[in-house]
Design a protein. Structure first.
Length: 103
């Protein structure tokens, strides 16, 4: 193989590793994939099939993230749902009838 091609491929892998390491810093990327309607955990099973320890880390990180999110939320006040009578509304027209014909 051409030595330049090999060098380019190695540099590409190095750059990918650099950006991939950012996903270890914050769980936002993993959480976004997990919450994505079409991807969910199946994406990690498919793409990280050879790395079961990474899959376990994703699950653990998501649990930690979810528990931290739940703890940080203020308690929701209890709201009693009451259904009132429907209100009658006035017509939304500017037309005002005049009684000039009744004279």
């Amino acid at each position: 193989m051409n030595e330049y091609v090999i060098t380019m491929v190695e540099l590409i892998w190095e750059k990918l590793d650099y950006y991939y390491s950012f996903s270890d810093v914050t769980p936002a990327y993993r959480v976004a994939v997990l919450l994505h309607f079409g991807r969910k955990f199946q994406w990690f099973k498919t793409h990280w099939a050879s790395r079961p320890e990474w899959q376990k880390t994703v699950k653990d990180n998501f649990k930690e993230f979810a528990y931290a999110l739940l703890k940080s939320r203020p308690p929701t006040p209890k709201v009693i749902a009451t259904r009132g009578l429907p209100r009658k509304r006035k017509p939304c027209t500017e037309y005002q009838p005049k009684d000039n014909d009744s004279n």
